[in-house]
Design a protein around this ligand. Structure first.
Ligand SMILES: C[S@@+](CC[C@H](N)C(=O)[O-])C[C@H]1O[C@@H](n2cnc3c(N)ncnc32)[C@H](O)[C@@H]1O
Length: 242
């Protein structure tokens, strides 16, 4: 997604209290920036920011960070956050930051174990085989995610692309990660109020396209809690993550 020519985007970003244009300087200090020790959830490739803004309003006890690489999109996302702030009278300046960065350099933005959840919403599918390394669920990206996620760390992915979804499930399996709540048609029974929709999700599901979703357990604690909750397999005992 590229929005060209949003007038005044650089000025808007300079003035915004929630835009962060030099995130490397925040590495290892994100909890200080939010002023609390609450979990940090990050959307990689937030686009115009509807999902991350709505999440920050709905879950005030979680800190949210949206990342994208284009000024115009960060500017749109700032405006979206402001609209939500105005309409609902919520203080999402407290728990929301919008970051300009390239996901390639994720480890220069977050220290080891600094964040708790990664959302991959409608990531570019890069359908050509020769571009597979650019897919955000290529094992080389998953290794970065493993580094920055903490013991309770999870990845939540949604996509309309069946080929990206198939590829992603294989990647998670390849690096030995447990998956749960896999859905090939998230909105089969109508919209779920607990699932906040992204811009792309609204567009694709209104055209009748299936939305695929998976949760991936990355941190040891997340994995063990999940295994312990199962009514079968190892007598419900936690199994060490391979
Ligand atoms: C298809 S859009 C999805 C937007 C939004 N998540 C949604 O569901 O509506 C993918 C977004 O990822 C961003 N993106 C792709 N590769 C990126 C990278 N390496 N670093 C930062 N952002 C990236 C694009 O700029 C674009 O806004």
């Amino acid at each position: 997604m590229r929005l060209r020519g949003k007038k005044g985007a650089p000025e808007l970003l300079q003035q915004s209290k929630i835009a962060i244009l030099d995130p490397q300087s925040a590495r290892g200090r994100w909890h200080d920036i939010f002023g609390n020790g609450r979990p940090i959830h990050v959307e990689l490739g937030m686009g115009k920011g509807q999902f991350i803004s709505t999440m920050s309003q709905r879950y005030p006890d979680v800190n949210f960070i949206g990342i994208d690489m284009y000024d115009e999109l960060i500017a749109r996302a700032c405006e979206k956050a402001e609209t939500i702030r105005g309409e609902l009278g919520v203080d999402n300046e407290a728990n929301l930051r919008l970051v300009r960065a390239n996901i390639e350099y994720l480890e220069s933005i977050f220290a080891e174990g600094e964040i708790e959840r990664i959302f991959l919403n409608f990531s570019d599918p890069w359908p050509k085989k020769r571009h597979a390394r650019r897919r955000l669920t290529h094992p080389r990206f998953i290794e970065k995610y493993k580094h920055v996620l903490n013991e309770r760390g999870e990845i939540h992915q949604k996509t309309d692309s069946v080929t990206l979804f198939e590829y992603s499930l294989n990647s998670y399996a390849e690096v030995g990660l447990q998956m749960r709540n896999i859905s090939l048609d998230l909105h089969r029974d109508g919209p779920h109020p607990e699932h906040v929709m992204t811009e792309y999700e609204e567009k694709f599901s209104s055209r009748g396209m299936n939305i695929h979703r998976v949760e991936v357990l990355v941190g040891r604690e997340a994995y063990e809690q999940y295994r312990a909750s199962l009514p079968y397999g190892n007598g419900g005992q936690p199994v060490p993550q391979p």
